[in-house]
Design a protein around this ligand. Structure first.
Ligand SMILES: Nc1ncnc2c1ncn2[C@@H]1O[C@H](COP(=O)(O)OP(=O)(O)OP(=O)(O)O)[C@@H](O)[C@H]1O
Ligand SMILES: [Mg+2]
Length: 382
């Protein structure tokens, strides 16, 4: 791997065993270059100027004259130009708070995969924020199949395009690629697999994106089911960081599982638009996933719930849904069997086929609301 692709990491850790453990995890891969391990907080600011790390890892429990979180605050105030990940233990929970310089949190014990993905996530978030923070990754997710992910992701992407945001839609259902069928794309249309795997540059994009008549660009899933496993979490990180440079809105039509690839999509997302319906299994899975997201370290504000078919409660009281998920869902989209089925069968977005329909108006509102939230300064989003 070219060294320009490597993330330059500086570690601040005074417990030799922990430092040794992290060194061991990093030895196994080449995407991160460990610059140094500093054990004294007071020496860090000077070293940062010399070493120019891309990411700094600080132990919250660092002892000595300058304690862990004190150091984080100092580095944030000094605007050192690198995001900070705070290392902690479950007994000492720390919340992500970019305003206070805490761009990410890693709780012991963690695997090499956790370490590497968290580092690449905070680095790409920090770079996106630095480039004006205008690029937004929105994943449309649900821990249950058939709740309207593809329908909503497609129409939301088109609505964002209508609202003058340069938008790309990614078919994140890598195995079954719902968008190919929906949009009647020819079998030989390029897919995510056609992107180079080593160094991807902006000019590669135009060859692999499908330009839909609705005006948005689409990165399709592989054409065959068995090809899905050729796409790795690392490929996803690379693709998203490239798309962030070019597009204002990146919408991902996700699958329903928490696979490595899906976690790569979710980690990088600024907002997870999570679809719920008035259905007991969906609600059950939604609660389970909320728990997982909390353990992973996603702030609650990263998720925005969207009730699809909001006018079909099917015997479930909306208050019970709100109680189950712990808050009133942020968005609602009504049901419109006729328009949705007709539009989906014709491969056209209903927001264009019938912009005045209540369902289209709902999607337009979701589009402006998610972008309005996204534009709020990062620290105020929690
Ligand atoms: N608001 C709605 N009103 C009416 N029908 C809808 C609505 N949302 C989705 N549908 C219908 O529900 C079905 C499932 O939708 P869709 O394929 O978008 O779900 P999905 O979550 O992407 O499914 P999968 O898990 O298979 O990817 C489709 O037949 C679609 O037409
Ligand atoms: Mg789908």
């Amino acid at each position: 791997m070219a060294s320009a692709d490597q993330t330059r990491l500086l570690i601040v850790e005074d417990v030799p065993q922990v430092a040794q453990y992290i060194r061991g995890l990093l030895n196994a891969q080449s995407s991160i270059k460990l610059l140094d391990v500093i054990s004294e907080g007071a020496k860090v600011a000077g070293q940062v100027g010399q070493l120019r790390p891309d990411v700094i890892l600080v132990d919250a429990l660092l002892q000595g004259r300058v304690k862990g979180l004190q150091l984080v605050e100092q580095l944030a105030n000094a605007k050192v130009g690198a995001p900070i990940i705070v290392l902690t233990v479950p007994q000492n929970p720390v919340d992500v708070d970019p305003e206070r310089g805490i761009n990410g949190v890693l709780s012991m014990p963690f695997s090499g995969y956790d370490l590497v993905t968290r580092i690449s996530q905070v680095r790409s978030d920090f770079q996106a924020a630095g480039s004006g923070g205008t690029s937004r990754v929105l994943s449309v997710f649900a821990p249950k199949g058939g709740v309207g992910k593809t329908t909503i992701a497609f129409n939301l992407a088109v609505a964002l395009g209508q609202q003058e945001h340069r938008t790309v839609l990614i078919d994140g259902s890598l195995q079954f690629g719902d968008l190919r069928a929906l949009l009647k794309v020819p079998a030989d249309a390029p897919s995510i697999l056609d992107l180079p795997t080593d160094r991807i540059v902006e000019s590669d994009l135009s060859d692999v994106l499908w330009r839909d008549p609705s005006g948005i660009d689409i990165l399709l899933a592989p054409p065959r089911v068995e090809m899905a496993e050729m796409v790795t979490a690392r490929d996803i990180d690379k693709v998203l960081s490239l798309l962030r440079r070019v597009y204002e809105a990146i919408v991902i039509d996700m699958g329903s599982t928490l696979s490595d690839v899906n976690l790569a999509f979710l980690d990088t997302s600024d907002t997870i638009v999570e679809i719920v319906t008035y259905d007991s299994t969906t609600i059950h899975n939604t609660i389970a996933v909320a728990d997982t997201f909390r353990i992973i370290g996603y702030p609650a504000s990263k998720v925005r719930y969207l009730v699809n078919r909001s006018d079909s409660p099917g015997g479930i009281n909306p208050d019970d849904l709100a109680r189950a998920i712990g808050r009133v869902p942020e968005h609602k989209v009504v049901s419109d069997g006729l328009l949705v089925v007709q539009s989906n069968n014709e491969g056209v977005p209903f927001v264009l086929a019938n912009p005045a329909a209540p369902i289209s108006q709902d999607i337009m509102r979701v589009a402006s609301e998610v972008m309005a939230v996204a534009r709020t300064p990062v620290g105020a989003r929690r």
